[in-house]
Design a protein around this ligand. Structure first.
Ligand SMILES: C[S@@+](CC[C@H](N)C(=O)[O-])C[C@H]1O[C@@H](n2cnc3c(N)ncnc32)[C@H](O)[C@@H]1O
Length: 307
């Protein structure tokens, strides 16, 4: 079983969040209540909302402290179909992006990788295969951290029985990338986050944590959906995203909403230059602009060094 990072008792917290989210959803959706009740209750909700900060969840605004549990709901719902859906939505292109990501990383033998929001282990698996086949290295290791126990369980199932588990070169932990409790400062060589940071409530917190836990000389790498600048391709990509992806989600995973969130969350994430600036703000040094576009900017690799 995966280990929980101390202080990140996700299952209990997740249940607690659900008990907050569900009534909140019902309140937002309430329409059959009497008019006077609605008006008095909605003013109460409005007061509560005014007292709370808001952030985006896809195109919706939600109280900041609820986003984590809403994102958790999405990934709990898609976990069992996650890998299949990635292939279906991208026609397998996500595999090429992840291969490129590892090639650009070109890790040194023996490097310790922390893969945050590691999900079902696509990056971890490629990393260990690269170290094995290219560097003939059997000492490097991966610590895969994800906030969602269901996603981790799917990852763990994938690695079960593999030599990586037997050699203790992979470890799974439940934890929040915004607060990596239990991970020592200056302790890892490479920090990766692939398609995870846009789901975090405050991405800058993840970047600050990456800077903290990396050793001096360590490398931060992020693979994330980004902005397509070429207008014609951008228009085609919009049609595909908003018309086709939610449909695929409905047919394969019986879950249109989660995939609607996915495409909306991509549009809310900062563009390449803004994100590179956030990486520098955390303390990292970037080479030139600090990013490389993949497939016209549908995705981008961002890199920073802790010098
Ligand atoms: C789209 S999946 C990416 C999984 C994997 N990295 C990949 O490339 O296939 C996003 C992952 O981010 C995780 N996640 C979301 N918020 C997180 C947070 N604050 N801390 C850690 N993981 C988080 C989700 O549970 C989910 O597994």
């Amino acid at each position: 079983m995966f280990r929980a990072i101390p202080g990140a008792n996700l299952s209990a917290r997740h249940c607690a969040f659900r008990s907050v989210v569900e009534p909140t959803r019902r309140l937002f959706a309430s329409s059959s209540l009497s008019r006077s009740f609605v008006s008095s209750e909605s003013s109460q909700i409005q007061e509560e909302k005014a007292a709370r900060e808001e952030t985006h969840f896809g195109f919706k605004n939600v109280p900041t402290d609820l986003k984590e549990s809403l994102v958790a709901d999405v990934f709990s719902s898609v976990a069992s179909k996650y890998d299949l859906m990635n292939d279906a939505m991208s026609a397998g292109i996500h595999r090429l992006w992840k291969d490129t990501f590892i090639r650009r990383m070109s890790p040194m033998p023996g490097a310790k990788l922390l893969d945050v929001a590691g999900g079902t282990g696509d990056i971890a698996l490629r990393y260990l295969n690269y170290q094995d086949k290219i560097n003939y290295d059997s000492t490097s290791s991966v610590h895969l951290v994800d906030i969602n126990p269901q996603m981790l369980a799917a990852g763990e199932k994938r690695f079960a029985g593999s030599r990586w588990v037997q050699d203790e070169r992979i470890k799974f932990s439940v934890g929040n990338g915004e607060n990596l409790v239990g991970i020592e400062s200056n302790s890892v060589d490479i920090f990766t986050i692939a398609f995870g940071i846009r789901n975090c409530t405050t991405p800058q917190n993840v970047l600050n944590e990456a800077y903290r836990v990396l050793k001096p000389g360590g490398r931060f790498m992020c693979l994330e959906f980004s902005k397509v600048e070429q207008p014609v391709i951008s228009a085609l990509y919009d049609v595909f995203s908003f018309k086709v992806i939610p449909e695929i989600g409905q047919v394969i995973a019986n879950d249109r909403e989660s995939y609607q969130y996915l495409v909306e969350s991509i549009r809310q994430f900062p563009d390449q230059r803004t994100f590179a600036e956030m990486i520098r703000k955390a303390g990292f040094t970037t080479v030139r602009e600090g990013y490389e576009n993949l497939t016209f900017g549908v995705a981008a690799i961002h890199t920073g060094f802790k010098v």
